[in-house]
Unconditional design. Sequence first.
Length: 224
Amino acid sequence: MLEVTGVQKRYKRKQVLADVSFQLKEGEIVGLVGENGAGKSTLLQIIATAMEPSAGELRLYGNRYVDDMKNIRKKIGYVPQDISVWEEYSVKENMKFFERLSWKRRSLEECRQLCLDLQLTQWTEPVHALSGGMKRKLNLAISLLHDPILLLLDEPTVGIDLKSKTEIGSYLRRLATEEGKMILYTSHDMDEILTLCDRVASIGEDSFYFDLLQDRGVQVERLY
Ligand SMILES: Nc1ncnc2c1ncn2[C@@H]1O[C@H](COP(=O)(O)OP(=O)(O)OP(=O)(O)O)[C@@H](O)[C@H]1O
Ligand SMILES: [Mg+2]
C-alpha cells in the first residue's frame, strides 16, 4: 500500500501542491486528472523519489520514504512525461542497456517477452524509426524491467492511436489484477481514464475535471 499524507510542494515562492493525501492499494489503478500545471507530474516525481516534498509524509508498505529511500526506489517503476530512450539504438539494445542498470537481472528472452507483451514487435529496429506510440511502449517496458510493485505513469498514452492505447490499457489491467501492482496514472483522455481506472482523483484549484466527471456520474476524490 502507498500512503501519501499531507504532501506539499513549493518551487521557491510558488505553491504547487497544497495538501495532498491519498492511498493506493494493491491491484488498484488510479487515474490522476487536473488541468495543465495542476501539479500532476510534480506529485508523480515526489512519489517516484525523484523529488523531495516541501512537507508531508510518504510510506510504501508502512516504510517511510525518508527512512528507507534506497529500498523504496527499487519497488517503483516510473515513466516520466517525456520519452527518454536511446534514439540511435535498437529496441533490443535499449532493453539490454537498461537491464544492466536495473536492480533485477533479466535474460534477453525475458526482455523480448516484455516487449511482446506490450505488442512491441520491432525488436531490432532503431528507436528513431519507431512511431511515438511504440516509443512509449518501449519506455513502459523499460520501467517494468525490475518488476516494480508501484508503477507511476505520466501520460503514457499521449498522442498514440486507439489500438495501442487499448493494448497498453489491457496490459496495465493485467498487471494490476494478476500481479497486484499498484498503478498511478495521469491522462487528459477522460474516456480512457473511465475505461481503465478503478478510482479517479483530481488535483488543482480549477474544478473543471472534477465537475466534468461528477456530471458524468463518476465519483472523484478531490485531492485539494
Ligand atoms: N522545476 C520547477 N521549477 C519551478 N516551477 C516548476 C518546476 N516544475 C514544475 N513547475 C511548476 O509547477 C506547476 C505544476 O507543474 P506540473 O508539471 O507538475 O503540472 P502538470 O499537472 O503535470 O501539468 P501538465 O498537464 O501540463 O503536464 C506548474 O505551474 C509549473 O510551472
Ligand atoms: Mg505533467
